[in-house]
Design a protein around this ligand. Structure first.
Ligand code: HEM
Length: 529
């Protein structure tokens, strides 16, 4: 045997020893980790399946191989183990509506997000800001634009886009064309929000097109479809971004996501460029949308001398704007479409709503102010029931309390533990909302004390210092859009059933079964004075 062969055998054996060593070290490491998680971790005393306590792959299985059904599986775990269940090596899930206000506490209580959970591929966005110290100032800056007062000031812009939306409904009267409500409402929402964010000339104008396009709907549906994959395999997103053309060729919905990112980035780039060109950092010189409208979001942030320069970096603003447009359009678009579906699917509700709107708005072509719409009791009840039953946020939202233990019954949850709850379960809890899967606006027709008690559980968008920022705007859209469409048009559902409005997959925001998010209507008549 030649010396070369001896050397090859010698080194081969050496390599085999190394491989064996690495393999054994891996087995010992995994074994020790699992042993720690099952028997030594502070969470080991909490009930739940051993496999969930041992590895996050348990969740991955339901989210990736069982079509995003982990939320519904958590419910079966609660049936089996009680109101407190350990659903992962690091997380406890609680199913008790009265604990919500403890966990999602308001100012004065320190709560952190789980960075793993908040990963949505836009790491510099407000939502993905895990640190409490950084999140607070970032949120303060954006919150200014979504206060109730700011939303009232935004009404001319909302009405402007609402007129365009109504025009699309007018053009299909008695014709064979149907309108798909998700496409219509996503377009409306993104037009208003993008024009508010970047200015009327720089925002999107989908409603100016000849027909309502489903462009934004496709983009959002695709984007949220990837949300659950991103969380479990973040490297896939990073990889796909490196080779976008190839990635989109293999996974076509990615093309919608990349195009959306490109378009939003272009808007951010334009407002940054014009800010730089103006060279004027005085906030008083920020252009208003129109003379009668409030200031636009991103130009104002750029011109705000109190916002540090690091917060005005291109990447930071891009991530923030992408998140804002996704959060601010998908959920409201779905809630609007699903609420409209239930109204049209319940003749008694439709009749009561139209009666109230007819007497409150004698001239159907007028668009009343929000303050007047908010006074309409049945419309308000319909909106609350719409938020409740659509329950579009199917995900849980983990929080930790870094400097206090949390107490639930006899359980002490150690400080720093991630604890999550799901508003989806609260909104459909039969003990709070009898016949929870039925659309019954009358359940909200209560005396003030009882109404206040029930509204405590109306949590469609979470609460607390980290909860949704856009609720005032979302409610304003609900009032305006539903009032305008149901006062003005007689509509009928077209080939649409319950399952087109039922969440079946948890992609952070819930989604129907694939391809089922179509709520089609035909427009029979436009009401006149
Ligand atoms: C039906 C309407 C909506 C629903 C159901 C909804 C739901 C949510 C949920 C569940 C969160 C996460 C909260 C948490 O982690 O506790 C969130 C966050 C957020 N939403 Fe909404 N949202 C809606 C409308 C809007 C609108 C219209 C906007 C903007 C115009 C908006 C902007 C935001 C922002 C900026 C955050 C991040 C807040 C933060 O991390 O501090 N949302 N939303």
């Amino acid at each position: 045997m030649s010396s070369i062969m001896y050397a090859a055998i010698y080194y081969g054996q050496q390599n085999l020893h190394y491989l064996l060593f690495i393999f054994l070290a891996g087995v010992i490491y995994v074994g020790a980790t699992v042993f720690y998680r099952l028997y030594l971790s502070p969470l080991s005393k909490f009930p739940g399946p051993k496999i969930a306590a041992a590895t996050r792959l348990y969740e991955t299985y339901f989210q990736l191989l069982r079509g995003g059904t982990f939320t519904w599986h958590i419910e079966t775990l609660h049936d089996q183990y009680g109101p407190v269940v350990r659903i992962s090596p690091w997380e406890i899930h609680v199913k008790d509506p009265d604990f919500y206000h403890v966990l999602y506490a308001g100012p004065g209580k320190h709560r952190n997000k789980d960075p793993w959970f908040s990963f949505i591929a836009y790491p510099l966005s407000l939502f993905s800001t895990a640190s409490h110290e950084l999140h607070r100032p970032r949120r303060r800056v954006l919150a200014e634009f979504f206060k109730k007062k700011s939303v009232y000031e935004l009404e001319p812009l909302i009405k402007d886009n609402l007129r365009k939306l109504c025009h699309h409904f007018s053009t299909v009267i008695s014709g064979s064309t149907v309108i798909e409500l998700h496409a219509a409402f996503y377009s409306f929402a993104v037009d208003v929000l993008s024009q508010y964010a970047f200015g009327t000339s720089d925002g999107f104008h989908y409603l100016d097109m000849h027909e309502v396009p489903d462009t934004w709907k496709m983009r959002m549906t695709s984007l949220f479809g990837f949300c659950r994959i991103n969380r479990h395999f973040p490297m896939l997103v990073v990889g796909a971004r490196l080779i976008p053309t190839l990635a989109a060729w293999f996974v076509p919905p990615l093309a919608h996501v990349f195009q959306m990112e490109k378009d939003v980035k272009k808007c951010v780039h334009r407002v940054r460029q014009s800010y730089r060109q103006s060279g004027d950092k005085q906030s008083s010189n920020v252009p208003e949308l129109e003379s009668h409208l409030p200031k636009t979001i991103y130009p104002s942030i750029l011109a705000n001398p109190d916002v540090p320069e690091s917060e005005k970096e291109l990447r930071r603003l891009e991530d923030d704007a992408i998140f804002l447009l996704m959060a601010g359009t998908d959920a409201p678009g779905q809630v609007l479409a699903i609420t409209a579906f239930h109204v049209l699917n319940n003749p008694r509700v439709l009749q009561r709503l139209r009666e109230e709107l007819s007497s409150a708005i004698p001239d159907p072509s007028t668009l009343p102010d929000l303050v007047d719409l908010e006074r309409l009791p049945y419309l308000s009840a319909v909106i609350k029931e719409g938020f409740r039953l659509s329950s579009v946020v199917t995900t849980r939202l983990p929080r930790s309390a870094p400097d206090e233990d949390l107490y639930y019954g006899d359980w002490i949850i150690p400080a720093g533990t991630f604890v999550s709850m799901s508003t989806y379960f609260i909104l459909r809890d039969p003990n709070i909302f009898p016949q929870p899967s039925k659309f019954i606006p009358e359940r909200w027709e209560l005396c003030p004390t009882e109404l206040q008690r029930l509204e405590k559980y109306l949590l469609p968008a979470s609460k607390g210092t980290l909860g949704c920022l856009g609720q005032n705007l979302a409610w304003a859209w609900m009032y305006h859009v539903l009032a305008a469409l149901f006062r003005r048009f007689e509509m009928k559902l077209y080939q649409t059933e319950e399952r087109h409005a039922e969440m079946a997959r948890d992609n952070f925001i819930g989604q129907t079964e694939a391809g089922m998010n179509n709520i089609k209507v035909t427009v029979l008549e436009e009401c006149s004075l």
